[in-house]
Design a protein around this ligand. Sequence first.
Ligand SMILES: C[S@@+](CC[C@H](N)C(=O)[O-])C[C@H]1O[C@@H](n2cnc3c(N)ncnc32)[C@H](O)[C@@H]1O
Length: 216
Amino acid sequence: MINTTAWNRIRYGLYAPIYDLVADRVFRRARQLALDAVDWQPGMRVLLVGAGTGLDLPWLPRDIEVHATDLSPRMVRRMQARAERLGLDAQCRVMNAEALAYPDAHFDVVIMHLILAVMPHPERGLAEAKRVLRPGGQLCVMDKFQCDERPAGPLRRLLNVATSAVATDITRQARPLLEGGGFAIVLDRPVMLGSLFRALLAHPTEADARTAGSAQ
Ligand SMILES: C[S@@+](CC[C@H](N)C(=O)[O-])C[C@H]1O[C@@H](n2cnc3c(N)ncnc32)[C@H](O)[C@@H]1O
């Protein structure tokens, strides 16, 4: 299988110069709807995981502390430049979503837009998101998902061999992924192309929140 983290680093480095042409206008409304679902409070510490060129940055409140990460150094350079253009004091760092260099329970909000369907092991990204979220913190997801009621059929799985190599996995199911990762979904709404793209808001489940709290 060609969908590996090493391949993602290479291909997103290649996509970086044209990424905004493809993903800015197309996903603007979807990302705004997803971010609107977050209960924003002044001073919140917020982490964007797999933030790409930083297309979420313009739509974030200004009175929060922003940390934004991505696997690809070329993506991070563009993200940093966008933050500077916007006058944002965002900390932009190259980082693998599977190994976040932040302490436990450090963030109020973690944003994962268009990354869970790209990572070869999304459950590892969610485990890290859960670890760095404080108890009661908010996970904001926007991505494309197979419906939760039934797994992808043979045709979709065949197509997925190609799409996951050059773009994204199209067989992942949001609820099994998030609930299996210890999150309780509080909002789940279609945001683009019928219900292919969905925005979800979730919290670490209570047991997980207690674990994170006691790890301090
Ligand atoms: C489809 S883009 C989405 C970018 C951005 N979140 C957005 O909404 O426009 C996927 C991004 O995930 C990044 N990525 C892929 N695997 C990653 C990983 N393991 N850790 C961190 N970033 C990753 C890629 O470099 C790319 O920038």
